[in-house]
Design a protein around this ligand. Structure first.
Ligand code: A2P
Length: 285
């Protein structure tokens, strides 16, 4: 039997009146063959938020898990479902077609949040793309619209041209790259900050400071890192294919990091980017 949603999970309010559970399961780099099991394990553990993308090649399997959850009493409306528009589909008409394809694969008739995956500034189509997002929102096909990997100059152009402030900007964010400037800008503009690769793609799990804090609290390094994000107010989407780790990554509401802990973790910042630079990334494959 699936766990009920955990009332301790903070709900992050979005600028359009909607809200999102602060912790979701991320499925980037989750092979399609593992995705249905991972998403089902997350829903069983009490997650009610799943983050995928057209580019991950596993929307169909996310959809299978959502459909399967009905037998545990979890309905479509209970889960916050997120996907992203791939780079090759930017532009008004292409976006509308790509959205339909994603919904077909997911087997849902609306999306909770649709994100422009990368700004692709050299293609210069993100404004038209976002106009299509606004159209989809007006039609009730998506509840919230946002972006991913947008830097301050892309946000400024998007808002100036469309008059719409995206609900979310999902960016690479972990203690090595805490993104203080962008988080501050988001707070000023009313954009929720969402962290991808929140565990540094696993690279921070053996880091001595993180391990020491974890030992002091009787928690795992992953739980400490996820708790760090929650205390910063980030939306966070740790990825795992392992059901025990998926459950333990959600068990972060019985302890609190002290100010000293938060400062020690912040001192790990060294500017390391594990993913591409959004200002130059133009991959459409
Ligand atoms: P796995 O899927 O085998 O559990 P990020 O979310 O920052 O991209 O990090 C994902 C990486 O961290 C994956 O390699 C994942 O491996 C690993 N991971 C996620 N949760 C845990 C955990 N609780 N303990 C150890 N490794 C974890």
């Amino acid at each position: 039997m699936a766990s009920p949603p955990n009332p301790a999970v903070p709900s992050i309010s979005l600028n359009d009146g909607n809200s999102v559970p602060a912790i979701g399961l991320g499925v980037w780099q989750t092979p399609a063959g593992d995705t249905e099991r991972a998403v089902s394990a997350a829903l069983d553990a009490g997650y009610r938020h799943v983050d995928t993308a057209a580019a991950y090649g596993n929307e169909t399997e996310v959809g299978l898990a959502l459909a399967g959850a009905a037998s545990s009493g979890i309905t479509r409306d209970d889960v916050f479902v997120v996907t992203k528009l791939w780079n090759s589909e930017q532009g008004y008409d292409k976006t509308l077609r790509a959205f339909d394809e994603s919904l077909d694969k997911l087997g849902v008739d609306y999306l909770d949040l649709y994100l422009v995956h990368w700004p692709m500034p050299m293609v210069n189509a993100y404004v038209d793309t976002f106009r299509a997002f606004a159209h989809l929102r007006e039609r009730g096909r998506v509840r919230s619209i946002g972006v991913s990997n947008f830097e301050s100059e892309h946000l400024k152009i998007l808002i100036d041209e469309t008059g719409i402030v995206p609900a979310v900007n999902q960016i690479e964010l972990h203690p090595l790259l805490p993104q203080a400037e962008l988080r501050e800008l988001h707070a000023t503009l009313g954009i929720a900050t969402e962290a991808w690769s929140p565990l540094g793609q696993g690279s921070l799990l053996e880091q001595a400071t993180v391990v020491g804090i974890a030992e002091a609290h009787g928690k795992t390094p992953a739980q400490v890192l996820i708790r760090w994000h929650v205390q910063l107010g980030n939306i966070v989407i740790p990825k795992s294919v392992n059901p025990a780790r998926i459950a333990s990554n959600f068990d972060v509401f019985d302890f609190e990091l002290s100010e000293q802990d938060m400062t020690s973790i912040a001192s790990l910042e060294d500017g390391t980017r594990l993913g591409p630079d959004p200002r130059t990334f133009n991959f459409t494959g």
